[in-house]
Design a binder for this molecule. Structure first.
Ligand SMILES: Nc1ncnc2c1ncn2[C@@H]1O[C@H](COP(=O)(O)OP(=O)(O)OP(=O)(O)O)[C@@H](O)[C@H]1O
Ligand SMILES: [Mg+2]
Length: 482
């Protein structure tokens, strides 16, 4: 598998590289431009100085200066030499010289003998041609002097009386701007280096800021994966990571909840199963004693078998209720009437009720809803059974169905002792029961069914009047759209 670049590398590259390119481009272009402008300006100045000097020089006199004139200086030579020296001093340039059309020296502030050929001019041939054609010009190429500094030359034509160009005045000036330009380049490089360093540090800091919470989240996820559901997931600093950490924490809580519920249910099943198993063992023992006795009583034996059957039936009910509660059943939804539902649920419990001397009264009106008929009836039967079981003999249980606002409301009311305050919190927990033969799964199962239908199940209770109610969305109130 290809290794992926770390966040740190990516951030470093994405912050530092573009900055590096930008610094290099701006710096390089800026340097070239500044150098070009300064060179150009120096060239203009030097050619202007050369022009001013050349205009003072007489072409005829220049051509009269011959080799040897400098050893025993003639007046003309001295005059020209002074003119050049004055120019050198006034313009503060390094050297001023005058040459004929062939480049032979006629006077030079550096003291080159008259008649010497100035080889240095070879490099400036194109510029010399321009100057000889009659225009002041500056050399394009900087050259390094013996002192190691960079110089530029300016040339201007010297004309004879006829106006023809007979020679040139050359002026060498130092490119003194180079030192400050170099200093500028150096300080720019230092500043750019510092800026890049700062960017790199910022990238590292940012990477740390991001990777730390990610690593923490990864550790949390691993912990959850290992089954440690007790440690909360820490928050995270950025919006997106915050969402991730909140979702992870919600997932941990949901898993912990389910874990708790599962453990509670397992404990409940074990507990509930133990009682009938104990009964079975006891009656099986009694039965075998009875059968082993010299004169076994058939009636006694039947009674033991009947009790064993009772315990077996109870065991079977626990298993069935538990499966009904634990199983995720798909809803077989159809158009129903809440009144008809109440009616059929009451009918199913009526036999039990009569055995206890309890009557069931129905008050129903039409209320259409979408739902799974069997499941909803089972939920309602649980409520009616509870009400009958809570009712004293001779009392009446009322079952009502009506429309209330956007909902179909089913109510089961009894005149029993009510749900004690200390039990009110717990009656919807699986296996919570106060009845001898109850499994404690009736109410949790009923609530689960109702909630699967996007409805709610609740109760209000005081001694002598307990109402358990179910509210379900009406068919017309958008159940189909939900
Ligand atoms: N109408 C009621 N009046 C008073 N207490 C009630 C009423 N309905 C339920 N309870 C209380 O709620 C407890 C839980 O009820 P639930 O229906 O879940 O289980 P159960 O009736 O005890 O057992 P099962 O329904 O599984 O046979 C009951 O044991 C009882 O204490
Ligand atoms: Mg019950």
């Amino acid at each position: 598998m290809a290794t992926r670049a770390s966040l740190r590398t990516l951030l470093l590259a994405s912050l530092v590289l573009p900055a590096l390119v930008a610094f290099a481009t701006v710096g390089g272009v800026g340097y070239a431009l500044a150098r070009h402008l300064l060179e150009h300006q120096l060239g203009e100045e030097l050619s202007a100085v050369a022009g001013a000097c050349a205009s003072q020089v007489s072409g005829e006199l220049l051509l009269t200066i011959a080799p040897g004139d400098d050893r025993v200086p003639t007046r003309t030579f001295k005059h020209l030499q002074r003119q050049l020296a004055d120019t050198k001093e006034a313009a503060a340039v390094r050297r001023v010289f005058a040459v004929d059309r062939d480049g032979g020296v006629r006077a030079d502030t550096d003291g080159l003998p008259v008649g010497t050929h100035l080889d240095a001019l070879a490099a400036d041939r194109p510029e010399l041609e321009v100057a000889l054609a009659g225009r002041p010009v500056a050399s394009e190429v900087l050259f390094r002097g013996e002192d190691g500094r960079l110089y530029l030359r300016g040339y201007a034509p010297v004309r004879g009386a006829s106006g023809a160009v007979v020679g040139l005045v050359g002026v060498e000036g130092s490119a003194s701007f180079f030192a400050p330009l170099r200093a500028l380049v150096r300080s720019s490089l230092v500043a750019a280096g510092l800026a890049l360093l700062a960017l790199a540090l910022a990238a590292l800091w940012l990477a740390r800021l991001l990777t730390r919470p990610i690593e923490r989240l990864v550790r949390s996820a691993l912990r959850i994966g290992r089954g440690d559901l007790s440690t909360a997931v820490d928050g995270a600093p950025t919006h997106e990571l915050g969402i991730l950490s909140r979702e992870l924490e919600a997932m941990r809580r949901a898993l912990a909840d389910r874990d708790r519920q599962l453990k509670m249910m397992l404990a409940g099943v074990a507990h509930e199963v133990r009682n009938p198993l104990g009964g079975l063992e006891l009656f099986a023992g009694l039965l075998s004693e009875e059968l082993g006795s010299p004169s076994p009583s058939l009636d006694e034996a039947r009674a033991h078998v009947a009790r064993m059957r009772g315990d077996l039936g109870y065991l079977q009910r626990i298993v069935e209720d538990f499966l009904a509660f634990a199983r995720e059943q798909p809803l077989a939804e159809a158009d129903l009437d809440a009144g008809a539902l109440a009616h059929s649920a009451a009918e199913l419990v009526r036999g039990d009720a009569q055995a206890r001397g309890v009557t069931i009264a129905l008050e129903t009106e039409a209320a259409r809803l979408m739902g799974d008929e069997d499941l909803l009836r089972a939920a309602l039967v649980n409520l009616v059974k509870n009400a009958v079981q809570a009712s004293p003999a001779g009392a009446q249980v009322r079952v009502r169905a009506r429309v209330q606002g956007e909902a179909a409301r089913l109510e089961v009311e009894d005149r029993g002792p009510g749900v004690p305050a200390e039990a009110a919190e717990r009656i919807f927990e699986p296996f919570f029961t106060t009845r001898e033969k109850g499994t404690g799964l009736g109410l949790p199962l009923a609530r689960k069914i109702v909630r699967a239908h996007r409805g709610e199940l609740g109760f209000s209770s005081r001694p002598g009047e307990t109402i358990f109610w179910i509210e379900l969305p009406l068919a017309s109130a958008g159940t189909r759209a939900a």
